[in-house]
Design a protein around this ligand. Structure first.
Ligand code: ADP
Length: 188
């Protein structure tokens, strides 16, 4: 299966993605993780993108699309994958369509994790990532509203969207996700 997971920062995408990929036996493609590891490795790309991440802004589309394109070429992606944190803008979604077409493939499902803003802020303040401070959190939530939330309409219009309530215990949230995935596959 080829799945996209969309949700604001703090929605629990990482945790839930990890469980989904374990059950579905597909690779977890997190652009946030990819960018953090480029930075840790001190690559050119890591240097180019660090300033955006530290400010809570999105990294320019062409840089992210390039990383995803390269990742999708690897052997483990041939039978499906879970994209986490990509696409995050309408141009990225258009670019993804292009990448899918080049490979003669399609998305099966777009999962949205929906969590109220007050809860997101609370969760992010408890997390200890360097970009989880008050100013950056506010910026990232705004960026999500402005640039990423239009994708919900985008994928809903294409009949791909399933919205899942991301509040409650992680196990409960995962059950809801599994149910949505189960309607598209017999693998979970
Ligand atoms: P979160 O969803 O909690 O913000 P991520 O790990 O998904 O965490 O992303 C962290 C940062 O990485 C983002 O704030 C952004 O700067 C950058 N980033 C990740 N994915 C993308 C993307 N698809 N497009 C642009 N920037 C991205």
């Amino acid at each position: 299966m080829r799945i996209v997971l969309i949700g604001p920062p703090g929605a629990g995408k990482g945790t839930q993605a990890q469980r989904l990929v374990n059950d579905l036996h597909i690779p977890h493609l997190s652009t946030g993780e990819m960018l953090r590891s480029e930075r840790k490795a001190g690559t050119e790309l890591g240097l180019q993108t660090a300033q955006y991440m530290d400010r809570g802004q999105l990294v320019p589309d062409e840089l992210v699309v390039k990383i995803v394109d390269q990742r999708l070429q690897q052997q483990d992606c041939q039978n499906g994958y879970l994209l986490d944190g990509f696409p995050r803008t309408v141009p990225q979604a258009d670019a993804l369509n292009e990448l899918l077409q080049q490979r003669n493939t399609k998305l099966d499902l777009v999962l949205e994790l929906n969590v109220a803003e007050e809860e997101l802020i609370e969760r992010l303040l408890q997390r200890k990532r360097p970009d989880d401070n008050r100013e950056t959190i506010a910026e990232r939530l705004q960026v999500y509203q402005k640039q990423t939330s239009p994708l919900l309409e985008y994928y809903s219009a294409r009949g791909l969207l399933a919205s899942i309530l991301g509040q409650g215990a992680p196990d409960e949230v995962y059950e809801r996700l599994r149910e949505a995935v189960g309607q598209h596959s017999d693998r979970v």
